[in-house]
Design a binder for this molecule. Structure first.
Ligand SMILES: [Zn+2]
Length: 316
């Protein structure tokens, strides 16, 4: 935790009201600026699976962590960051899940057993501090850039919602590897999990949208109704029609104008992500000029002749 950059250290002091004020702006349907950024990219590829809700009237993605369909990713962190859900332990394991997800998992497990498939539940709820430890471990092993492709920063992990599960085979075959998709459990889950309200959260080839490498073992409970209506959508981000969660290729939305005051020491970065380079650190209490673009919680600003991106959560 102590190794996190400034902005994340300040996160616990985040102002709720500000986060709520900035969220609708950040989640508005993005205006296409280039062919690559076209909103069409957010539509399912198959015309037989048109979105159920027209994009124009798409509601903002749920941010309330008590909602089972809450969107949590690198751009939409948990509010509050140290959110703790109500939890229930899954019998025969030391894994804990939100009661809604636990009940659904029980049904899924029974259905799998009927089909002759034994599922090993390897992970469920992870607290803020456990997630921080996990990211540190991966960072030591692989370096921060790669670690962030496979593990979330604390306060941005779906596991912290108590709604996400990692599953495996009893034999541990292909555990946490791409080839898990070809195993008995991997194949069964890909096909049947949505029926019980669980979606494959990080599909293959969607890292630029979801922010994570392919994880055929990670499933997210969103409820049976939503899981069914998500057929044809490549990811939860596509379903909600929001900007890419991986911010290597920034996607911009509604313009933002005017001036704001920083409520913490904030890093001005070359792009809307903590993985982007720091241009400079802007002191708490500084006046910044909004530069007309935002992406998730990130906003483009000008300060002292420099233009870059900073988190809108610490501006008022
Ligand atoms: Zn996972």
């Amino acid at each position: 935790m102590s190794k996190r950059p400034n902005i994340w250290a300040a996160v616990t002091a985040a102002s709720f009201s500000l986060a709520l004020v900035t969220a609708p702006m950040a989640t508005a349907s993005p205006a296409p600026s280039t062919a690559q950024n076209s909103v069409n990219q957010l539509l399912p590829s198959s015309s037989s699976h048109l979105p159920l809700i027209p994009l124009a009237s798409k509601p903002a993605p749920p941010r309330d962590p008590e909602k089972i369909n809450v969107l949590v990713n690198k751009v939409y962190p948990l509010v509050p960051r140290k959110y703790t859900p109500k939890l229930r332990t899954i019998s025969g394991t030391d894994v804990r899940l939100r009661p809604e997800a636990a009940a659904a998992y029980k049904k899924l497990l029974a259905a799998a057993r009927k089909d002759g498939v034994r599922i090993r539940l390897t992970s469920g709820y992870r607290s803020y501090s456990v997630q921080a430890g996990l990211l540190e471990k991966y960072t030591r092993a692989y370096g921060l850039d790669y670690a962030l492709r496979i593990a979330a920063r604390p306060g941005t992990s779906e596991h912290q919602t108590g709604l996400a599960i990692d599953v495996g085979n009893p034999s541990r075959a292909c555990a946490l590897r791409d080839c898990f998709a070809t195993t008995k459990v991997g194949r069964w889950m890909a096909k049947k999990a949505p029926k019980y309200g669980f979606i494959l959260r990080y599909p293959e080839g969607q890292e630029s949208v979801t922010g994570y490498k392919y994880e055929p073992w990670h499933f997210r409970f969103v409820g049976v109704t939503q899981a069914k209506s998500m057929a044809g959508f490549k990811s939860l981000e596509h379903y909600y029609g929001v900007s890419k969660a991986s911010t290597k290729t920034p996607k911009t939305s509604k313009s933002a104008q005017g001036t704001k005051i920083t409520t913490a020491n904030l890093n001005l970065r070359t792009g809307p992500s903590t993985s982007e380079s720091i241009i400079k650190t802007v002191k708490k209490g500084s006046k910044v000029q909004l530069a007309g673009k935002s992406s998730g919680v990130w906003i483009k600003v000008k300060h002292g002749g420099k233009t870059g991106w900073m988190s809108s959560e610490y501006l008022r």
